[in-house]
Design a protein around this ligand. Sequence first.
Ligand code: HEC
Ligand code: HEC
Length: 265
Amino acid sequence: MTMRRLTTCSLLYGASVLLAASAVLAQEHGYTPADIENGSRLYQSSCAGCHGPTGDMVPGIDLMRGQFRRGSTDTEIIRIIQTGIPGTTMPPSSFSDTQAGTIVAYLRSLAPASGRAGAGGDVPRSDIVKGKALFDGKADCAACHRVNGNGPRVAPDLSDIGAIRQAKELHEKLLDPNALVRPGNLFLEAVTKNGETITGRVLNQDTFSIQLLDSHERLRSLSRSALRDYRFVKSSPMPSYRDKLSAEEMNDLVAYLVSLKGLRP
Ligand code: HEC
Ligand code: HEC
């Protein structure tokens, strides 16, 4: 009886490992930015306590280098996360394959040699991680900007800003937001013939109408003939960070922005 149970158990276990392995294989080529964002949250809440926010607090271990001592494939690292490392303080966890997979995807996305998330040249990962913390926290860029599926749409999505802007330009943008407004980021202030004032980010325009995303993230289509007056806003709605961030913080933030290369599955 015990024997049979054991066999059934290990058979089931074997099958689920196989299933899990193929699911993971499929994922190895297809983590979405949202998955990685999730992984980042799980990492910061469950792992950073020991491994540190930048993955290098356990002596001799650097989780964000893209290489691990105890395994190489995603599947192996997922197992380590689930079972822990016996005889050490690395604890087991109850994360599902998918959850553990997103943590691994997050760790790999920060690896310097990764061609996907592209940590970008020789920028230390710790700067990128600090920059992300500033973006979501103290500098509160996330109040307006969307990255990898998270955040509002009132300002441009910055998920691929590192692919379209250089570090130097990004620096300048933070110091003087009015300096470099891309034509695609035009803001309009309009007054309709009914007296309603609408401001928003222009998505599209033609001879007859203007489509914009208003300040409540609603998509509006304004017929030009229904407008009493309208003007494109010259100054950027974005504040300057010249006096709000130290030079070091500015560098970290730019390192983070440069790392955003529009990761796609
Ligand atoms: C209580 C502290 C602690 C927590 C929490 C913890 N770890 Fe660990 N982890 C360790 C220690 C210590 C080691 C080193 C074990 C050894 O090899 O001596 C380790 C090793 C590892 C390794 C192997 C590294 C390698 O190079 O082979 C991975 C991967 C890992 N941890 C990932 C995680 C992840 C992901 C989480 C969160 C889900 C996590 N750990 C949570 C303490 C912890
Ligand atoms: C009050 C809302 C708001 C906040 C806060 C804000 N931004 Fe912006 N940002 C905008 C808007 C609106 C634009 C588009 C107009 C422009 O280019 O100035 C923009 C543009 C940008 C651009 C240029 C995008 C492009 O496509 O060229 C970058 C880069 C940027 N912001 C980064 C940041 C960073 C980093 C922070 C935090 C330090 C931040 N922003 C804070 C509203 C904001």
